[in-house]
Design a protein around this ligand. Structure first.
Ligand SMILES: Cc1ncc(COP(=O)(O)O)c(C=O)c1O
Length: 422
């Protein structure tokens, strides 16, 4: 067993856990919506995680870009403990302090004026689109169509499946809700051609995350913002993955010189605690009481945790750290690209990074990394994604690069090889 002492009587706990075959149980009990990596995680601390057999891993997935401060960050644990002893949940019928504190923090540190709290990224986007439709009804003669992009990812509700411009997510569920038009990303003309008197908003990720870590031209968002302003329609930025420091600034829009009218957040906002939010400029504050809501949204427990996470992130300038370490990581990955000619691309911002290959070796690499104690994400059949916690150090990045370098060196490919292989 390799657990650190401070994890207490975990060894005993782990022995009991290992007696169960969790992975078989999952096959029997769950609707099969995901192909999981063959590992059952039971503990985490910072950038490390441990499985039910006591094996230690370096976690470069961070709960899909969510554990921004790492596993079980003390500030979040303390906030949860304190709030759990004080007030866990009330309905939104009543005022509660943690959600007001969090709202104030987000408004003070963004270009937006008002907040609605929910529970996930899909809900945040869904609410943002509902706000745009309400805006369309009240201010744009009933306009209701929303332009989104191919290769985007906005969530799994039916409406967000229609917004998500990827046929593999859409086809199993057709017919989809109407009013979503998918166009090419990083192409202003595509948005201009598709805009009509029925359009109320454009929804974009500043960097397409799930769709491939696709980074648009520097002026794309500015062009889209100008177009939206000219037409009087809303620019909604889905910062569910890019927000909360992930790309090196608190929100990715700051790097592109734009200000969205509406912004969706989730993932890193709670550093592992499930919370979503959408924020809006004052001029699009068009909801009336009763027009939108959520039972759990803005619940004191999650808001106290998210407040603690975001306050820590702001006070310690964690986004700048993510930028510095991210640049270091990218430079080193470029080095690997020079070494292995089957790496075709290395791209990213901050700690949202992808490495692409000239063949479909993503699954194989993921397993090989896992076997050596590194958790990574297979972004596409031919690409890996790295989204470690934002508190990751250069030393931990070096450790991950060591494993990745070994794995790549052992990878038998059909279209390329290590440049220094014999
Ligand atoms: C940009 C973006 N939007 C929305 C979502 C959906 O978030 P959730 O899974 O919390 O509903 C994701 C999830 O990966 C995402 O990356």
């Amino acid at each position: 067993m390799t657990f650190p002492d401070e994890l207490g009587n975990l060894n005993q706990e782990v022995q009991q856990l290992s007696q169960n075959n969790w992975q078989e149980l999952e096959k029997k009990l769950f609707l099969q919506t995901i192909k999981r990596a063959p590992v059952t995680l039971v503990r985490g601390k910072g950038a490390q995680a441990w499985d039910d057999r006591g094996r230690e891993y370096l976690d470069f997935t961070a709960g899909w870009a969510t554990n921004s401060l790492g596993h079980c960050p003390p500030v979040v644990v303390e906030a949860l403990e304190k709030q759990a002893r004080t007030l866990i949940h009330t309905s939104s019928q009543f005022y509660t302090v943690p959600q007001l504190e969090l709202a104030q923090l987000l408004v003070e540190h963004s270009c937006l004026d008002r907040v609605f709290f929910c529970n996930s990224g899909a809900e945040a986007n869904e609410g943002a689109v509902k706000l745009a439709r309400r805006y369309g009804k009240l201010r744009l003669n009933g306009a209701y169509e929303v332009i989104t992009t191919y290769n985007s990812f906005h969530g799994r509700t039916l409406a967000m499946t229609a917004a998500t411009g990827q046929s593999k997510f859409q086809e199993p569920y057709t017919p989809l809700p109407i009013g979503f038009l998918n166009v090419e990303y990083d192409n202003i003309e595509a948005i201009q051609r598709t805009t009509s008197e029925k359009t109320c908003a454009v929804v974009l990720e500043p960097i397409q995350a799930e769709g491939g870590v696709n980074i648009p031209d520097d002026d794309y968002l500015q062009k889209v913002q100008s177009w939206c302003r000219e037409k009087g329609i809303l620019l909604i930025l889905d910062e569910v993955q890019t927000g909360a420091g992930r790309t090196g600034t608190l929100f990715a829009y700051e790097q592109y010189g734009v200000e969205p009218d509406v912004m969706a957040l989730a993932k890193g906002l709670g550093s592992g605690v499930p919370i979503g939010a959408f924020l809006a400029k004052e001029q699009c504050s068009v909801f009336s009481p009763g027009e939108h809501g959520s039972t759990f949204g803005g619940n004191p427990l999650v808001c106290a945790a998210a407040y603690a996470a975001m306050k820590y992130m702001i006070d310690h300038n964690i986004p700048a750290q993510a930028k510095r370490v991210g640049n270091y990581f990218l430079t080193k990955l470029e080095g690997l690209k020079q070494q292995f000619d089957f790496i075709t691309d290395v791209r990213g911002r901050g700690l949202l990074i992808a490495v692409e290959f000239n063949q479909e070796i993503g699954d194989k690499l993921l397993l090989a990394c896992l076997n050596r104690g590194l958790l990574v994400n297979r972004l596409k059949p031919n690409a890996l994604r790295f989204m470690p916690p934002l508190i990751i150090t250069e030393k931990e990045v070096d450790e991950a690069l060591g494993i990745l370098g070994d794995v790549l060196g052992e990878t038998k490919t059909t279209k390329g090889k290590s440049k220094n292989a014999k």
